[in-house]
Design a protein around this ligand. Structure first.
Ligand code: NDP
Ligand code: GDR
Length: 333
């Protein structure tokens, strides 16, 4: 039997790296779309670089997407690429729209015009619920985006639905709630906290500056969430699914657990800095993933406290390694 082939956009990101690992274990030939950057950014996929194939391309460049599809002939395409940081979407609204919104149309058009019959996954987001209209949020909850990022994701969601309905494409939109890991980008609050805890633990810094501690998120583990992406493309019919843990916690609670995991009292170190408060906030997100559970048989494995501990322990080790390389002595217990 010939191997299934997958093309992942955003393979250098958090989710791309976990999804690539998952598809390799399932025997796929894995291709990843990477854009040109001035410095190497393959740290998250370094350990599997010899098992995957990278192809040059950018969501803002239609012709590169057409070439990538012709070259890789994928059975499945996972569109994970995006300007994914909500905070930056206010300072770069046009680039966010170009990549996170129109980029989806470019990729769908590339599939259509090449005549590819690849199944398509779009990385939609719980941010689309924004100023929430009902709690918990499921596939039927109305959207109310609160940032240029969320507005762009909403476009990406609807264009995916529209191409499914217009052209009969096998296109799914996964509405995923926040998912984190030791590979999370440092600008996102969970990783900013676990990294801050590690630096405070090793004596490298004495405070952590954050914005709104009251906002509540439904946080899960990225490794669990990429399984849901794959499951969506294995169904008979394409559909949209909410994927979340069904629990919500505040940024304050995350701090409490994270500092606690290192034996520290968060209140001594966390300082509020207005620079990190957003022009419009999403106050509360809580996912109702009962459809994903019922149809896909998906449920998360890693709990919230396990996730926080995993991230803090990983960063404590990472910072210790950094210190040793610089000839400094890290804290040993
Ligand atoms: P990351 O920010 O870690 O990764 C984003 C990826 O997109 C990187 O590989 C980046 O490449 C790539 N990228 C950015 N712009 C372009 C472009 N113009 N052309 C090609 N590639 C580009 O995000 P995550 O892994 O956390 O998230 C994956 C997807 O899921 C994103 O679309 C995100 O918006 C969405 N999402 C994420 C959630 C989460 O909690 N993690 C929840 C819901 C949705 P480079 O390395 O070169 O920057
Ligand atoms: P989010 O993630 O916006 O939910 O988007 P982020 O971790 O950036 O923010 C979560 C909440 O924490 C509050 N917060 C801070 N956030 C950051 N980044 N830095 C701070 O210092 C800080 N202090 C408080 C924020 O205001 C917010 O309420 C993530 C991304 O992965 C998106 O791509 C994805 O679509 C959604 O999750 C679901």
């Amino acid at each position: 039997m010939t191997k299934k082939s997958a093309l992942i956009t955003g393979i250098t990101g958090q989710d791309g790296s976990y999804l690539a690992e998952l598809l390799l274990t399932k025997g796929y030939e894995v291709h990843g779309l990477v854009r040109r950057t001035s410095s190497i950014n393959t740290a998250r996929i370094e350990h599997i670089l010899d098992k995957i194939q990278l192809v040059q391309g950018d969501l803002t460049d239609e012709s590169s997407l057409v070439s990538a599809i012709r070259q890789t002939k994928p059975d499945e395409i996972y569109n994970l690429a995006a300007q994914s940081f909500v905070g930056s979407s206010w300072s770069q609204p046009i680039f966010t729209a170009e990549t996170t919104a129109i980029g989806v149309t470019r990729l769908l058009e590339a599939i259509r015009t090449t005549g590819s019959d690849a199944k398509f996954y779009q990385a939609s987001s719980s941010e689309m619920f924004g100023k929430v209209q009902a709690t918990p949020q499921n596939e039927k909850t109305p959207f109310y985006p609160r940032s240029p990022y969320a507005v762009a994701k909403l476009y990406g969601h609807w264009i995916t639905v529209n191409y499914r309905e217009s052209f009969g494409m096998y296109a799914c939109s996964g509405i995923l709630f926040n998912h984190e890991s030791p590979r999370r980008g440092i600008e996102f609050v969970t990783r900013k906290i676990s990294d801050g805890v590690a630096r405070i633990y090793h004596g490298l810094q004495d405070e952590l500056r954050l914005g709104n501690l009251d906002s509540k998120r439904d946080w899960g583990f990225a490794g669990d969430y990429v399984e849901a992406m794959w499951l969506m493309l294995q169904q008979e019919k394409p559909d949209d699914y909410v994927v979340g843990s069904g629990e919500t916690h505040s940024v304050r609670e995350f701090c409490e657990l994270a500092f606690g995991a290192a034996g520290l009292d968060w209140e001594k170190y966390v300082k509020i800095d207005p620079r990190f408060v957003r022009p419009a906030e999403v106050d509360l997100l809580l996912g109702d993933a009962s459809k994903a559970k019922k149809v896909l048989g998906w449920k998360p494995k890693v709990t919230f406290p396990e996730l926080v501990k995993m991230m803090v322990e990983s960063d404590i080790e990472l910072v210790a390694g950094e210190m040793k390389r610089k000839g400094k002595i890290p804290r040993s217990n």
